[in-house]
Write a protein that binds this ligand. Sequence first.
Ligand code: UDP
Ligand code: MG
Length: 317
Amino acid sequence: MKKSMTLIVPCYNEEESLPLFYRAVCDVIATIEDCDVTLLLVNDGSRDGTLSVMRDLASRDSRVRYLSFSRNFGKEAAMYAGFCNAKGDYVAVMDADMQDPPSLLPQMLDILESGEYDSVATRRVTREGEPPIRSLFARLFYRIINRISDADIVDGARDFRLMRREMVDAIVAMCEYNRFSKGIFGWIGFRTYWLPYKNVERVAGETKWSFFKLFKYSIEGIVNFSQAPLSIASLMGLILTVASFAAILFVVVRRLLFGDPVAGWASTICVILLMGGLQLLCLGIVGQYLAKTYLEVKRRPHYIIAETNDESAQRVH
Ligand code: UDP
Ligand code: MG
């Protein structure tokens, strides 16, 4: 039987890129014969004409389905909505800005069809066209998170990957509210083939990621996939407690033996400040985890669909 493939495309303010993307994808899927390809466009609360572009594409091409959110929920939510509503045997996630070259699809499909792998993921081997400071912090982030997390997160990995149904079901089953896809993909396992390619700059529009947003996202990644900060805080507390017991002992013994007069006001203040700072830091770390837990237990929906041309779509999930 002929297999089917769903391409999930999260879009936020992509009215310029989307038509270009659509054309490029159509050219590529025309060359794929042994697989029916459908497009699942997810409008993540765009403020420009993205939704009307989607309606237009859907009315002209029956292979196009779209889900339109009631507001901007973020790319993670858009991808989750895509995974929940994708019906294909194979599912891929692709950015609308052509930074994930559609021309790689046939090759990715071949690798999956050979049966040795469950997913084909892409990895940028260059970071050309990216501010150097951003690349530096990105490298640092990957080094840290791989040290302290049991999810295997590859440097330069993109969200662009093609996977089998089994893997998609596993992703949908990971229904956590705070989603970090790079971690989720790594955590669920499966056999993944890494396909390297050169970085491509976006065709139109501009990136939605400011440096600050990326920084926040990396902290999220760490908090979501590692308990190491909590352990570090506890360990630091333990070491400091032991050290201060030793210091107290030392001071008491010295007082008894030598009758030392009061001295060292400045150093005392420094120690007090240090302790106060460390306590706040650790409290902050605990707070980060507590905040995540708070959002998690509320069980709010990941996304809300306001409009779609797919009757069977799960509108709130
Ligand atoms: N995107 C989204 N919701 C958001 C931000 C981005 O759906 O809140 C989409 C965006 O339309 C694009 C993809 O996620 O298709 C990647 O975004 P972008 O190109 O801005 O990120 P970068 O490639 O710079 O990391
Ligand atoms: Mg991009």
